[in-house]
Design a protein around this ligand. Structure first.
Ligand code: SF4
Length: 64
């Protein structure tokens, strides 16, 4: 089953922990807010994604 990921950009404070933790999935846009990278789907199974969800200080990332 395909894992879904979403970023609540209203909640994101641009801390960058997600991009540091799972650099194949997240990047930061020009304003510092989290964005999903092209092709991120291929990296969603990695343990680092769950780590990034945990690392976000404002719980802006959800997996479903
Ligand atoms: S770790 Fe959370 S607050 Fe920081 S950039 Fe990523 S989504 Fe935004």
């Amino acid at each position: 089953m395909q894992t879904q990921i979403s970023i609540d950009r209203d909640r994101c404070i641009g801390a960058g922990q997600c991009a540091l933790t799972a650099p194949k999935v997240f990047t930061q846009d020009d304003d510092g807010f989290s964005e999903l990278l092209p092709g991120y789907e291929d990296a969603l199974d990695g343990a680092m994604v769950k780590e990034a969800v945990r690392a976000c200080p404002v719980q802006a990332i959800s997996l479903g």
